[in-house]
Design a protein around this ligand. Structure first.
Ligand code: UGA
Length: 412
């Protein structure tokens, strides 16, 4: 998020210095290497307005506006881990001057704001504090930044609002100006609402299976209603990634802290967990048990267009399947390694056909577009079993059945 934000601001003509404590990452960036996979980002990194450094002191001293983009990962109790934000605030406070603006881009709870102010106040400077939440989705982050649906800016000072709004003057989007608290909640609420849409359609998928309906058609029937919209109504193995799972839980936690019970989001979360189990159960129905079986897994990333594995449903499946003594042959066009698994049991292959070879079943976890072009006639000749569980309702069910596969999607 930090890198995309920096690169896009540089693309808009602002002078940007990206700071990180990770010397290796900064070295790679200075050598022109992009440390993450994100469409269109490589190009933007060449901007003459963009620099990379570990020298926080110099960067703070040289800047009018300082964006905080560090991670706020999920703690075991579901709350956001704020230590990186607090650490960076402490460091920034050491060099802050009057009139500078600190912008929080990291997703963090409203309850963190007083502590952030306290840390920055140590500087003695008269600064502006702004929240400018990011709404980038991985895989489309550059486009989302440059062509956003809206820009939300929250500050308790007019100067802070105007300075940050000016940064976006060449971006064609409505600018929502508000206070810090509302900006922060707008971000959580947007993610939680989208996660709710996904869990809602997944509940409808379970109903569809019982009554002979097709959730894909139901979603189309719903989505044409402009009040509902057709996006985030794809049923399947459920949502993963570094945002929805974390932000829904953090909102529940934030509610708990002030006596507001988010029962709806608790249900959204448990439905999402259930979707992963459903895929496993479907597989088991065909294979009876997993002991000694070889499973071909198509896709690893939590969604197409990214190499991000954080909270990817594939990790849950891989763990359960390996614990049940099966082995996995995996192919993902972007992800080429996974940490934490026995490499002799979870074997990453160079292409889908190799992953399918000798497999007792295929499970599709990520709807990478290239999977639609696979020659399933060829795959039929390579596999040992017949089963395809399509965790994303992505493949052509009719074609696969014609090839002789037992095809099963989610709610179709
Ligand atoms: C999400 C939001 O979409 C961004 O607006 C936000 O800025 C970002 O979180 C963030 O907080 O940083 P992201 O996590 O990159 O973006 O990915 P999404 O495209 O939202 O997908 C999230 C998960 O939902 C994926 O696992 C995807 O497969 C799943 N999903 C999405 C479905 O299962 N069904 C759908 O119909 C849509």
């Amino acid at each position: 998020m930090g890198l995309v934000t920096g690169a896009c601001f540089a693309h808009l003509g602002h002078d940007v210095k990206c700071i990180d404590t990770d010397t290796e990452k900064i070295k790679r960036l200075n050598e022109g290497e992009c440390p993450i996979y994100e469409e269109g980002l490589n190009e933007l990194l060449k901007s003459e307005h963009l620099g990379f450094s570990t020298d926080l002191e110099q960067a703070v001293k040289d800047s009018e506006i300082i964006f905080i983009c560090v991670g706020t990962p999920e703690k075991e109790d579901g709350s956001a881990d704020l230590r990186y934000v607090f650490d960076v605030c402490k460091s920034v406070a050491g060099y802050l001057k009057d009139g500078q603006t600190i912008v929080i881009k990291s997703t963090l709870p409203v309850t963190a704001v007083p502590k952030i102010k306290e840390l920055l106040d140590e500087s003695g400077a008269k600064y502006n504090l702004v929240s400018n939440p990011e709404f980038l989705a991985q895989g489309t982050a550059v486009k989302d930044f440059l062509e956003p649906d809206r820009v939300v800016i929250g500050s308790n000072t007019e100067d802070g609002l105007n300075q940050v709004a000016k940064l976006y003057e060449n971006v064609d989007a409505p600018i929502v100006k508000t206070n810090i608290e509302s900006a922060i909640i707008a971000k959580y609420a947007a993610n939680a609402f989208l996660a709710t849409k996904v869990s809602f359609i997944n509940s409808i998928a379970s109903l569809c299976e019982e009554v002979g309906a097709n959730v894909n058609d139901v979603a189309i029937g719903m989505g044409h209603d402009k009040r509902i919209g057709n996006r985030f109504l794809k049923a399947g193995i459920g949502y993963g990634g570094s945002c929805f799972p974390k932000d829904t839980k953090a909102l529940v936690k934030m509610g708990d802290e002030v006596g507001v019970s988010f029962d709806i989001l608790k249900a959204v979360d448990s439905i999402n967990t259930r979707q992963r189990e459903i895929v496993l159960e479907k597989l088991k129905n065909y294979l009876n048990d997993f002991d000694g079986k070889t499973i071909c897994m198509l896709g690893l990333a939590f969604k197409p267009g990214t190499d991000d594995m954080r909270d990817a449903p594939s990790l849950y499946l891989a763990k359960e399947l390996l614990d049940s003594n099966s082995s996995l042959q995996v192919f993902d066009p972007i992800v080429k390694s996974v940490k934490g698994f026995d490499e002799s049991k979870l074997v990453i292959k160079d292409e889908a056909y190799q992953a399918a070879k000798g497999a007792d079943a295929i499970v599709l976890v990520t709807e990478h577009p290239e999977f639609a072009d696979l020659d399933f006639g060829k795959i039929k000749g390579l596999v040992r079993g017949n089963v395809i569980i399509d965790g994303r309702n992505f493949l052509d069910a009719k074609k696969l059945k014609d090839y002789g596969f037992d095809y099963e999607g989610i709610g179709i």
